[in-house]
Write a protein that binds this ligand. Structure first.
Ligand code: ATP
Ligand code: MG
Length: 428
């Protein structure tokens, strides 16, 4: 029996696709948490219950206030020096490699339980660039992921570009040839492929000549959260405030708080002491109030809660022009009953991520230029990845290719489904 599956280990969500015995060519996604086929890429080390939670359950335990450590955006560690580091969990050092292995091992065992069979061979998705403009770091990232996959029992591991996996999925549903720009805008990266697809071409084993270009940037939904937070939320905690000596409050801690995978770096006595020193040296009562909120947030370990709020705001702004964000846990010691309510406009969000959208547009332009394809020649734009829900970004990409047909894939499932089909073709 074929023991192959496709694994989409995502920055925010992961899926596993496979070829169901008896089915013709379509691949299916396995349910990984209750009846859901996505497992959010989240781990919570629950100290109160002395257990490890994954996915939605991990987020729920953290938000319910259990003591412990939440880890999200773990894929962003690949290719950086952080991957060789560790974090402290219940007084013990947990190497990040082990953290990734525990999550990927969990994905494997849930997929096996759901399919009723073992998986030893896998095609893993990978972004076109784990790291921008650094081939060596990019190779290290892929090698690290491979080692981790092997360590949890995948004896044969191959890789496929995530947008090509989405192309394989889309191709299984078309009946004539199309030149397609695949736009996979995820949590950590935005990846693009320009591909010639057709039912006939899908039968060929070597597809190199059908792939006209690949490209991408290390920008995704977690960066949109970060810049929305830095421009709109962090000032409530003191970012941009002026100290007695006329300089601004140092911004490094705010950057770490707004970045999913560095939030835990703030939970140290050293950081608290630094913030307390700044607080003591500040005469400005408004800034003191904001710094009190920051200190209270760290004491409560509410950093991920705040990031979740910024993400919620972003998602609400994908279909509303103006929203109110209730930041009920953002309180200061002196004003415990005052709740922060932030009103955000679509234009606030658009301007906070304008520089990121520009870089994404440039990446698309580069793919077209290197493939020597003009916008007019492209028949279809296929959108996938949760962040293609960002209205302004989608409009900008659509405007670059006004004549192309716009198709929306399964935003969270196309890559895993394509990888499952790819695994079937490669290993059978
Ligand atoms: N309606 C929406 N509008 C805007 N963004 C959304 C929406 N729904 C989800 N997102 C964002 O989509 C991102 C997750 O998308 P997805 O699951 O495709 O990423 P991923 O595959 O985990 O990441 P990557 O492929 O980059 O590693 C998150 O940043 C999430 O906030
Ligand atoms: Mg993805």
């Amino acid at each position: 029996m074929l023991q192959a599956c496709g694994v989409d280990f995502g920055t925010s969500n992961s899926t596993v696709g496979w070829h169901q015995p008896g089915q013709a060519s379509q691949s299916a996604l396995l349910t990984l948490e209750d009846d859901k086929y996505t497992l959010p890429s989240v781990v919570f080390f629950n100290a109160d219950e002395d257990e490890v939670n994954f996915g939605r359950a991990a987020l729920a335990s953290y938000l319910a206030g259990y003591e412990g450590r939440l880890m999200r955006s773990m894929k962003s560690l690949l290719g950086t020096s952080l991957i060789d580091g560790q974090t402290e969990v219940q007084g013990r050092a947990l190497p990040f490699r082990q953290l990734l292995a525990s999550y990927i091992g969990e994905l494997k065992s849930r997929a096996e339980k759901s399919s009723g069979q073992a998986f030893t061979q896998a095609v893993f998705g990978r972004p076109v660039h784990f790291i921008d403009d650094d081939r060596k770091a990019d190779r290290v990232a892929e090698d690290t992921l491979k080692q981790i996959a092997r360590s949890v029992g995948f004896t044969e591991v191959e890789f496929q570009y995530e947008p090509i996996a989405a192309a394989i999925d889309y191709e299984s549903r078309i009946d004539k040839e199309e030149l397609v720009l695949i736009a996979d805008i995820g949590g950590g990266t935005s990846d693009f492929s320009l591909v010639r697809l057709s039912p006939e071409r899908s039968q060929h084993t070597n597809r190199q000549s059908d792939i006209l270009g690949n490209g991408g940037v290390h920008i995704g939904g977690t960066d949109f959260d970060k810049y929305l937070s830095l421009t709109q939320v962090m000032p409530l905690l003191g970012l941009g405030g002026i100290l007695n000596n006329g300089t601004e409050v140092p911004s490094a801690h705010y950057f770490n708080l707004a970045t999913w995978h560095t939030i835990n770096l703030l939970y140290s006595q050293k950081v608290t002491r630094e913030l307390q020193d700044i607080y003591r040296d500040t005469g400005n009562s408004d800034l003191r109030l904001r710094l009190e909120r920051f200190l209270h947030l760290l004491e409560q370990r509410d950093g991920h809660w705040l990031a979740i709020k910024a993400e919620e705001a972003k998602i609400m702004l994908s279909d509303q022009d103006r929203i109110s964000l209730h930041l009920d846990r953002l309180r200061s010691k002196t004003q415990t009953s005052v709740e922060c309510i932030l009103t955000l406009e679509q234009t606030d969000f658009q301007s906070s991520i304008a520089h990121l959208m520009e870089q994404i547009e440039t990446a698309i332009r580069q793919v077209c230029i290197s493939a020597e394809v003009t916008a007019r020649e492209i028949d279809t734009v296929f959108f996938t990845g949760g962040s293609s829900g960002v209205r302004g970004l989608r409009q900008r990409i659509s405007a670059m290719l006004p004549e192309a047909k716009k198709v929306e894939g399964d935003l969270f499932g196309s890559i895993g489904a394509g990888l499952g089909l790819d695994a079937y073709r490669r290993f059978s």
